[in-house]
Design a protein around this ligand. Structure first.
Ligand SMILES: [Zn+2]
Length: 380
């Protein structure tokens, strides 16, 4: 590991340069041609390394990129999947006010941390294995998807298909905290739309003839808040509300979006039951509950702990510490973990400020992260 690390330290500048090229090619999830353009750059880098690259074409969303590479001799024994996403949350033009720049030992810019840094690391990890003439026993499949930031609707199938054929899944999402902890536990993410229908009436002349949908919604939100159970890892937050038309009209319609998260898959059914059991409180009001998006939790199973232990001992060989963390955010690793495939998440860059104007990665941490990915790929 020490040898791999020192080799990668010598390539730190190249890593930053490639990251810069990646960041300068903006790739917001909703802009297919932009994501496709960036996908082509990533595909080019993998082809350059001898990978066989397939573009998984999509009609509306950006294309996914699947790269397969075999560094061993003879035939591979199974495969390891490396997951990452090409898309970012930043609309086209963000670079104008938030350009890629180096300052204070950090590389700043949209998507540096989440997760063009991770995409860069994978390339250098494979380079390092080749330079050290290490022959892994498994084939690597690198799946770079285009819609992670908006729920992975078009990529989930491909992710699950590859995971089912794999011994392990490495997820290059940003690490946790400025010390680069891995994510060994993630919450499941679900949501609901609450649609309330009341009856319109003049707010001043005959309000008693109306049914106030906004009032009903407020009462329901109050009840929903009771679903929060921090000890069990359950959160329920009403995040968007709307309702009413004019100041002198009893509102007929009101609507709320609810974000629901849970640590244990076993709690999901009960939460669903509670949501669907919602009944109107005001006489004459009607309520419809629609469940939206669903990502299972990544649970800290024995298999996850074992993978983490392996990562920790690789870091120890380099004389570096490695911690683990639990997070409320979901990732594509949640899909693969739910299939029972050992999944290690948060292997991407060390940094901070994802999805914000302060997004950046720590430059001096890049070589060790790439070395860790190389070490895992070589020993899985
Ligand atoms: Zn991400």
């Amino acid at each position: 590991m020490k040898r791999i690390l020192s080799q990668l330290r010598g390539r730190q500048r190249e890593m930053v340069k490639l990251l810069g090229e990646f960041v300068r090619c903006e790739s917001p999830s909703h802009d297919k041609s932009a994501v496709d353009r960036f996908g082509q750059i990533v595909a080019r880098e993998w082809k350059r390394r001898g990978a066989s690259v397939r573009i998984l074409r999509q009609d509306e969303r950006g294309n996914h990129v699947r790269a397969e590479i075999w560094l061993g001799k003879g035939k591979p024994v199974g495969q390891v999947v490396v997951l990452g996403h090409l898309d970012t949350v930043y609309p086209l033009g963000t670079l104008a006010k938030m350009p890629f720049r180096i300052s204070g030992g950090r590389a700043w810019g949209p998507g540096t941390f989440d997760m063009k840094g991770g995409l860069t690391l994978a390339l250098f990890a494979v380079d390092a294995l080749r330079a050290a003439a290490i022959e892994p026993s498994k084939r690597f499949v690198l799946l770079w998807t285009s819609d992670e930031e908006i729920g992975s609707e078009t990529s989930r199938r491909a992710i699950e298909q590859e995971a089912r054929k794999s011994e392990a899944v490495l997820v290059l999402e940003p690490s946790f905290g400025t010390d680069g902890r891995l994510k060994t536990e993630r919450k499941g993410v679900g949501g609901a739309e609450i649609i309330v229908t009341g009856r319109a009436a003049h707010a001043g002349i005959d309000p008693e003839k109306g049914v106030n949908a906004v009032h009903e919604l407020v009462l329901q939100i109050e009840r929903l808040m009771k679903m929060n159970d921090p000890r069990r890892g359950i959160t329920a937050q009403t995040t968007v509300v709307s309702g009413g038309t004019l100041t002198n009209v009893v509102p007929e319609h009101a609507h709320a979006s609810v974000d629901i998260r849970y640590s244990r898959q076993a709690d999901r059914a009960q939460l669903n039951r509670k949501l669907h059991a919602v009944r109107p409180i005001l006489k004459g009001a009607r309520i419809e509950v629609r469940r939206t998006g669903d990502r299972p939790p990544l649970e800290r199973t024995a298999a996850v702990r074992k993978l983490f232990g392996q990562a920790q001992s690789l870091m120890r060989e380099m004389g570096l510490p490695l911690g683990e963390a639990s997070t409320g955010g979901g990732s594509d690793g949640s899909f693969t973990a739910a299939l029972g495939v050992p999944t290690l998440d948060g292997l991407g860059a060390v940094g901070d400020g994802a999805h914000s104007p302060r997004e950046h990665v720590l430059i001096r941490a890049l070589p060790a992260r790439a070395a860790l990915i190389a070490g895992l790929l070589a020993t899985l």
